[in-house]
Design a binder for this molecule. Structure first.
Ligand SMILES: *Cc1c(COP(=O)(O)O)cnc(C)c1O
Length: 219
């Protein structure tokens, strides 16, 4: 399926005017489709499976900034450490420690976002308030896994008031920790269905797939 050039360009100019980073979520999309988006000027791409990401990374231009946005198993961390730009889905202290260990081996500082559980659904991953605070209080111990902000996903619901209040809560956490570090600057929230609300609530980075790549075929 061809990428939606028109949707991409209008989204991109909307985001550029507000200084918001677009991560093009390319999961399930082919190398050719990603290359098409790359040729439009897009450089930040998001993937949520390690194997898929590693395969694509080898075949695509090396100046792409790859974001890891899916649940990350500790035993797979080492595969993405050499090249990943931002791991957005750190959801435990153990995972952060593993990233730190593998990044130290490569002598490479890897930027990470802490994923906060803001949705009502039990199925979603992420830290609760107490776990978030615990990790933030230990952040300085991890000199190769640098925490640069927070990521969250709102509930999958038609109730936009609910979505808004979840994003608002994430923004409150973000503001609470922002003053601790000059590199803590990224608030990643908003996808195809809710990015406008996320932006109104203070998002600095959106992760968007279907709007620009077309609907995904379910695997
Ligand atoms: C798939 C995915 C997105 C993008 O979803 P769309 O609805 O296609 O925009 C964003 N964030 C995460 C974590 C995802 O897994």
């Amino acid at each position: 399926m061809p990428v939606n050039t028109e949707a991409y360009q209008s989204l991109k100019s909307e985001l550029d005017s507000k200084n918001i980073t677009l991560v093009a979520v390319s999961k399930t999309k082919t190398v050719d489709e990603i290359k098409e988006m790359y040729d439009l000027g897009q450089r930040d791409f998001g993937e949520n499976y390690v194997q898929e990401l590693v395969k694509k990374q080898e075949r695509l231009p090396q100046d792409i900034r790859w974001h890891y946005i899916g649940h990350l198993q500790r035993n797979k961390v080492k595969h993405i450490i050499p090249f990943v730009q931002l791991i957005q889905s750190v959801d435990s202290l153990k995972l952060l420690a593993e990233i730190n260990k593998e990044a130290a081996k490569k002598n490479r500082v890897v930027d990470c976002l802490l994923q906060v559980h803001i949705a009502q659904e039990e199925t979603k991953f992420g830290l609760d308030e107490r776990e978030l605070d615990e990790i933030m209080n230990r952040a300085e111990a991890f000199s190769f896994a640098r925490i640069t902000g927070l990521m969250g996903m709102a509930s999958l619901t038609e109730d936009m008031n609910k979505v808004r209040s979840e994003f608002r809560r994430l923004k409150e956490y973000f503001d609470q920790y922002k003053s601790r570090s000059t590199v803590f600057t990224i608030l990643s929230m908003g996808m195809t269905s809710d990015y406008r609300i996320a932006i109104e609530e203070g998002s600095t980075m959106v992760r968007i797939g279907s709007l620009i790549f077309g609907e995904r075929v379910k695997k």
